[in-house]
Design a protein around this ligand. Structure first.
Ligand SMILES: Nc1ncnc2c1ncn2[C@@H]1O[C@H](COP(=O)(O)OP(=O)(O)OP(=O)(O)O)[C@@H](O)[C@H]1O
Ligand SMILES: [Mg+2]
Length: 263
């Protein structure tokens, strides 16, 4: 059932589903980025998406987040086909209910950390005076309470990543779509970010997270693997105790032996 606890017209996203979606890009040779993918995100579920580079992970995330539309198949949010929504309804859904953490951060270079985090609040009619306070709270939550007035180029890669996560939380989204949110972080910061995602999951939000790291993916309830744009398998890992930070994916294979990272 959709969340209605925050009053107003907020209804949450409920169940989010891709049904038999395909997406082909035409740049010279057609690229079949996704082929007949069906995936349901139950409300409050935590799903990790793995797969080689170019397998369609970001494409799937963009479709589920209503940033892109499929060539075939449908995206359904709370039982409604996104294709049937007006442009304004779709924009509102994106702005209010969905929080994105992009693979490339997409921070506004001329705005400070606090201003970047405040930006999405415009969609939610948060008055100016409250925006900074909420931005401060969110940045404190990701450990950047002392970097409010830094511009992105005055922050480290990991700090930018954390600003992007704080921004994704600006409107208390019911659906969080995160594309490699720990991809640029050292293992300690990565763990902190994952603790944050665990909290968000515990709060009842629906989370879809792309990652190349098996031990990160195992913190989700299930792992979806894409290969060549097709859904290869869905594993239930809700009972799996995450392994150490050993990379089992095809990329970023560790070059040094396990350095005693702890269990
Ligand atoms: N806008 C676009 N125009 C043309 N081709 C695209 C576009 N977006 C993605 N593609 C192609 O679609 C395929 C899937 O891309 P996608 O970004 O979904 O991969 P990915 O699984 O997220 O990879 P990575 O792990 O490298 O981020 C790739 O072959 C890519 O080159
Ligand atoms: Mg990607």
């Amino acid at each position: 059932m959709a969340r209605t606890d925050r009053g107003g017209e907020r209804t949450g996203t409920g169940v989010v589903a891709a049904r038999n979606v395909s997406r082909t890009f035409f740049l010279g040779e057609p690229v079949h980025a996704l082929r007949d993918v069906t995936l349901t995100l139950e409300e409050g579920s935590f799903t990790a998406v793995m797969g080689p580079s170019g397998s369609g992970k970001s494409t799937l995330m963009n479709l589920l987040g209503c940033l892109d539309t499929p060539d075939q198949g449908t995206i359904e949010i709370d039982g409604r086909s996104v294709g049937d929504l007006s442009g304004a309804e779709r924009a509102r859904l994106r702005g209010r209910e969905i929080g994105f953490v992009f693979q490339t951060f997409n921070l506004m270079p001329r705005l400070t950390a606090a201003e970047n985090v405040s930006l999405p609040m415009v969609f939610n009619d948060v008055v100016d005076a409250d925006r900074r306070e909420r931005a401060r709270t969110l940045l404190e939550r990701v450990g950047l309470g002392d970097r409010l007035d830094h511009a992105p180029n005055e922050l480290s890669g990991g700090q930018r990543q954390r600003v992007a996560i704080a921004r994704a939380l600006a409107n208390e989204p019911t659906l969080i779509l995160a594309d490699e949110p720990t991809g640029n972080l050292d293992s300690e910061t990565g763990r902190e970010i994952m603790d944050l995602f665990d909290e968000l999951h515990a709060e009842g939000r629906t989370i879809l997270m792309v990652t190349h790291e098996r031990h990160i993916a195992e913190r989700a309830d299930r792992i979806v693997t894409l290969v060549d744009g097709q859904l290869e398998r869905i594993e239930d890992v809700s009972d799996v105790v995450p392994s150490g930070p050993t990379v089992l994916d095809d990329r970023d294979a560790p070059t040094e032996p396990d350095g005693g990272e702890g269990a």
